[in-house]
Design a binder for this molecule. Structure first.
Ligand SMILES: Cc1ncc(COP(=O)(O)O)c(C=O)c1O
Length: 410
């Protein structure tokens, strides 16, 4: 039996405890949705004020040079690099994950036009599959096939152009072995494109060590970059000069202010910029990334696994018989930083929890998902969340009709 005293002792011994102060979170709220929209870093509030009033309001267009707005995509990319085990010049911030997927899928297809197969898995995040299917309509011969994850390695072959996978599954939290899968793909001559949206800032990543060549990732989840924050993309150094963007914008040109008609790609990763970067969002993302300052990802991951274990144990201990079926792997090496349960009334339970100030989220058709963010969650938050969950399940309050009403965003 886990007791509240034990949980408080975990908080007292938590090396990341002070990090919570970096975030402005409402009193009494248990926020378990940092895997969807990260919390607001306190530093972002002051920084945004400064950017709006001084850099935009006073210095106006001069800020592109004087405040180095123009260098921000590379600068913020370089700050993300240590979180993913990449070199600073291998990461750049731009656009959304969806757009960056398009850029890298089409560039990879052009690199090996004789290899027509774009391989992914069914149930991958839908934007990944949608962008991939759109690319197949544009690129001659390129075709998309999805195979179950257990069969991916055998499906790789001499016709595989690109393997497109999400490292940590958005729904179940299942995690691929990046080194192994990338190596298998390489053995068959294919590139792998990893979507790190549910990994970056959550699980320790070593892209260089694991041989990863292409990746994209989300800025608004664990990186705390704010709603709709721009995403990042990673291209391994050795590939950068070989990939030619199909989405060619002036910001990815070698000399954007030469205004020439012909396209000359910028050297290195900068060629994957397209249009003008959204400075307010990009600088908010910079504050989000800086909220990891001094945080060792192995320490953060150790806390994430402990939060997960506590959550799972408390559900087992206190919610037995209420039909919650954990769909996330128990092995820490095989999962990300969220815990998900299947339940026929997952939506209603999630809504009742939100009313009780425990914010998780629902993923159709029947999963309720809880993000475990080691920077701003304590162990007692988990205890409180489960307390409120038990109350909702035992009282049957989730059955009240208002909890069945669905908004546009679920
Ligand atoms: C795995 C994954 N990829 C991509 C996205 C969407 O990214 P964007 O909105 O930046 O296109 C999400 C959003 O939740 C996601 O979970």
């Amino acid at each position: 039996m886990i007791t509240l005293e034990q949980v408080r002792a975990l908080d007292a011994a938590d090396p990341l405890r002070a990090c919570r102060e970096r975030f402005a979170l409402p009193e009494g709220l248990v926020y378990l949705d940092g895997n969807s929209l990260g919390a607001l870093p306190r530093a972002a509030v002051e920084r945004q004020r400064q950017v709006v009033e001084r850099e935009w309001g006073r210095d106006l267009i001069r800020s592109w040079n004087s405040h180095d707005w123009i260098g921000a995509p590379q600068r913020v990319g370089a700050k993300i690099a240590p979180l993913i085990g990449a070199k600073p010049h291998e990461v750049i911030v731009a656009d959304s994950v969806s757009v960056n997927l398009f850029k890298l899928i089409t560039a990879a297809a052009a690199l090996s036009p004789k290899r027509p197969l774009l391989l992914s898995e069914p149930g991958n995040f839908h934007t990944d599959l949608h962008v991939a299917s759109g690319a197949t309509e544009l690129v001659p011969n390129l075709r998309l096939e999805t195979v179950e994850r257990g069969r991916i390695e055998e499906a790789l072959g001499p016709d595989t152009n690109l393997l497109l996978l999400t490292h940590v599954h958005y729904k179940t939290g299942e995690r691929f072995d990046m080194a192994r899968v990338t190596a298998r793909a390489k053995d068959s001559g294919a590139l792998t494109l990893w979507d790190l949206s549910h990994s970056v800032g959550a699980v320790p990543l070593q892209l260089n060590r694991d041989g990863a060549e292409l990746a994209v990732g989300c800025g608004y989840k664990y990186l705390n970059g704010g709603p709709g924050a721009p995403a990042f993309l990673y291209v391994a150094e050795h590939l950068q000069e070989r990939l030619m963007p199909v989405l060619r914008g002036w910001m990815g040109h070698a000399a954007p202010f030469a205004f020439t008609d012909e396209y000359v790609p910028a050297p290195g990763i900068a060629r994957f910029l397209a249009g003008t970067p959204p400075m307010l969002s990009l600088l908010a993302l910079e504050s989000g990334v800086e909220s990891f300052e001094g945080v060792d990802m192995e320490t953060a991951w150790a806390k994430s696994t402990a939060l997960f274990d506590l959550f799972a144990a408390l559900v087992e201990q206190r919610c037995a018989g209420h039909g919650l079926d954990c769909v996330s792997p128990r092995d820490p090496g095989a999962r990300g930083s969220h815990i998900s349960y299947r339940h026929p009334h997952a939506f209603e339970i999630c809504q009742a929890l939100i009313e009780a100030e425990v914010i998780g989220d629902f993923r159709a058709p029947d999963v309720v998902r809880f993000g475990l963010t080691p920077l701003y969650l304590g162990y007692e938050d988990i205890w409180t969340a489960i307390d409120r969950l038990v109350d909702i399940l035992e009282s049957g309050r989730w059955r009240e009709p208002r909890f069945a009403v669905r908004g546009k965003v679920t």
